[in-house]
Design a protein around this ligand. Sequence first.
Ligand code: SF4
Length: 332
Amino acid sequence: MSASRLLGITSTIPVEVALAGGWTPVDLNNRFITHRDPGGLVQQAEDRGLPRTLCAWIKGMYAWCLRHPEVAALVGVTRGDCSNTHALMELLGREGRQVIAFDYPGQDDPNTLNLAIQNLAGELGAGLERAEAIRQELIPLRKNLERLDRLTWQDGKVTGAENHLWLVSASDFDGDPNDFAQRLEQFLAQADKRPSRKPKVRLGLLGVPPIISGLHETLEELGASVVFNEVPRQFAMIDGEQGPVQSLAEQYARYTYPYEVGARVADIAREARRRNLDGLIHYTQSFCWRQMQDLVLRRELNLPLLTLEGDQFAPVDGRTRLRLEAFVEVLG
Ligand code: SF4
């Protein structure tokens, strides 16, 4: 595939449409956070003039794109994800990138969602029938992601960190769904043979993917396991208790992340019951509008909740570790 067919995405979009148009999806968040020097990318963006008081994910994605001109086109989720994406797209448009906006409508508006998917297909030169066929082709892969999730919360054979990495990578399947599916099969075969572990404290991790590294591992050291990664699980479009969907529009209407926070509360409450969670950690990113949703999650979820805030790419610091330790101790 020629490099000009790489399609940067700022968040989860109907990836089946991108694949139907012959594009290779590249989730900019994943590329930033797995870069060998994420801090250097943020610094580069600040050196260019982006403010210190701007979310580090946005700066990281911006600088990553500057270093990768082969990603000639980008889809920015300008409604339902991040209030900064609009300006990010403006900047990258001025760097010569083709920028396409994708807006999630209200969750109760299937017609507008259908229209948004149709528009995206038009922009990406994709046929909707082909996109629907790809949705069906991806069902076994998504079922395997569900199996991986169960190996985490039911069987204790997959760690919270592994669960996070696989599910978060499902936004773009690392650019190649076939290769991803094969690697996942191999991983599951190997994980199945592991002995089961019974975590002393069962946690759910809510919110945007943490920029701080080693959070899951630190919790394991403290005797707690993350058995629910809320947003990564959403990225993976796992059916769970709700049963299978029948169309692309239904799949992306069920996806809670871009919609009103009530959809997230209902999903978290359902999964907390199913997974028998003892407590929740809400990760928030400095300078992110989603920090405000912490109020709702605290009020409406009936479980102990610890809010953590991260700013820059760095390992868990001493103060955070102490807070986690105290939380786990109380729950234990
Ligand atoms: S963490 Fe918040 S501000 Fe940062 S990119 Fe994500 S949604 Fe936007």
